[in-house]
Design a protein around this ligand. Structure first.
Ligand code: GLC
Length: 426
């Protein structure tokens, strides 16, 4: 059967993405008409497992699948998909969408409830609820995700430090290892790598700082935006204090890729990243394989909360091949496929799989990831709906200013509260 290699999305939708176009290879064949086209994230381990799964699907059904990779930046991906989905010319059938995007594609995706009525209850109810808008099931959950803290197991052992549970102990550990490694000859070593660039990942980090400092719900009983100012200020002060102290100041430009690169290069003791990163961080060919541990987020109030992430497939209303696309969707989200995904580090969206004893054998940190999922904090995508991205962009801008030292935490918290309240009413 024909199997197409993954393409960057620009080969398919060039006119809309001039910038991306520049990154495209020249002279590629136009895609054939009968393949199911899906978009996924350009994460290596995800591309590998998707390739494996779709190969099986094609062997079983004779239906070819084309995998297209979206831009690395989440916001760019959202913008691009919003433009593509409204245009029949894009020819895209299934979109892999973020857990926060449910309100961003009004009327563009097929309601999946009727197609999966007997199976909806097999998925985590909270994710199904998240993915349901005005009674319509916008997307079927593929893998779930949560913010966790990776660490260099070998370095913690070297300095005789236990995985720290509080932010204070965490900072002390990061500094001890940083000073030790610099003295041992690595001037580029920093204690803690994370994502401080003004992108979605910064909003995720911010939600974790708030949650682990006890800020609690961002909304009061009347649904108005409020912040526990004292705790929110403490959280921002702490994060700003990391920069230039235990964190490379370049972090202000970093998204996931750069933070992972620093960790991979052996230049960081701790890395805040996503649960799905376990597979790629520990890939056998990498020098650090086997030297990495993972724990839930350190905390200042006893709640080790990581931000809930995760990805789901949505079927475009303008897909001309909905029947085959539904077959593929059923296949990719099936128990069997999710078991394979879990082995590559992508957490299942079917609770049953967590009860499967053999899962832990194939996926060492399952217990930690489950704990993190249990304590996960949510971004306010349900509250902001189609304005979530505007909310997130606002957070990124204001928090960036604070982190770079251009603003105080107090002023930033005031601005966040005023602006986020206004946005809620729009
Ligand atoms: C991960 C999460 C996703 C989040 C993104 C931010 O992919 O799964 O929910 O929005 O990171 O960069």
């Amino acid at each position: 059967m024909i199997k197409f290699p993954p393409r960057t999305i620009c080969t398919l939708f060039a006119p809309l993405m001039v910038a991306l176009l520049m990154a495209c290879g020249k002279g590629e064949e136009p895609p054939p008409g009968d393949a199911i086209r899906i978009t996924i994230d350009p994460v290596e381990s995800l591309v590998a497992v998707t390739n494996e799964l779709t190969t099986h699907f094609t062997e079983e059904t004779g239906i070819p699948v084309e995998i297209h990779l979206g831009p690395r930046s989440i916001s760019e991906r959202l913008n691009l998909y919003q433009q593509m989905v409204g245009s029949r010319a894009s020819g895209m059938d299934l979109y892999l969408i973020d857990v926060i995007w449910i309100g961003h594609f009004p009327g563009q995706f097929v309601d999946l409830r009727d197609h999966f009525s007997r199976h909806v209850s097999d998925f985590f109810p909270a994710i199904i609820e998240n993915n349901t808008l005005h009674g319509e099931l916008i997307a079927l959950p593929w893998f779930t995700d949560v913010g966790v803290m990776y660490y260099r197991r070998d370095l913690l052992e070297k300095y005789d430090i236990a995985p720290p549970e509080t932010w204070d102990d965490f900072e002390a550990a990061a500094l001890t290892i940083q000073e030790g490694e610099r003295a041992a000859g690595n001037p580029d070593f920093w204690g803690f790598a994370w994502q401080g660039g003004p992108r979605e990942a910064l909003t995720c980090n911010l939600m974790e700082w708030f949650a682990t400092h006890g800020v609690g719900s961002l909304f009061n009983e009347d649904g108005d935006f409020t912040l526990d100012r004292r705790r929110a200020t403490a959280a921002l002060d702490r994060a700003a204090g990391w920069i230039g102290h235990i964190t490379n100041p370049d972090v202000l430009q970093w998204i996931e890729l750069e933070s992972v690169e620093a960790f991979h290069a052996g230049n960081a003791a701790f890395l805040r990243y996503w649960s799905f990163g376990w597979g790629s961080l520990n890939a056998p060919e990498l020098e650090l394989a086997g030297k990495i541990g993972v724990m839930t987020m350190p905390t200042a109030n006893g709640t080790p909360s990581g931000t809930l992430g995760g990805w789901q497939f949505a079927l475009s209303r303008s897909s001309e091949n909905q029947e085959d696309a539904l077959k593929l969707l059923r296949f990719l989200t099936s128990e069997n496929s999710q078991r394979k995904m879990a082995r590559a580090g992508f957490l299942p969206t079917r609770p049953k799989l967590y009860e499967d004893g053999s899962m832990a054998e194939h996926f060492e940190p399952l217990k930690t990831m489950l704990l993190a999922l249990d304590e996960a904090t949510l971004r306010p995508s349900a509250e902001y709906g189609r304005n979530y991205n505007a909310f997130s962009t606002l957070m990124q801008r204001l928090v960036s200013n604070r982190l770079s030292g251009a603003e105080t935490s107090e002023k930033t918290i005031n601005d966040i509260t005023t602006r986020a309240s206004l946005l809620l009413r729009e």
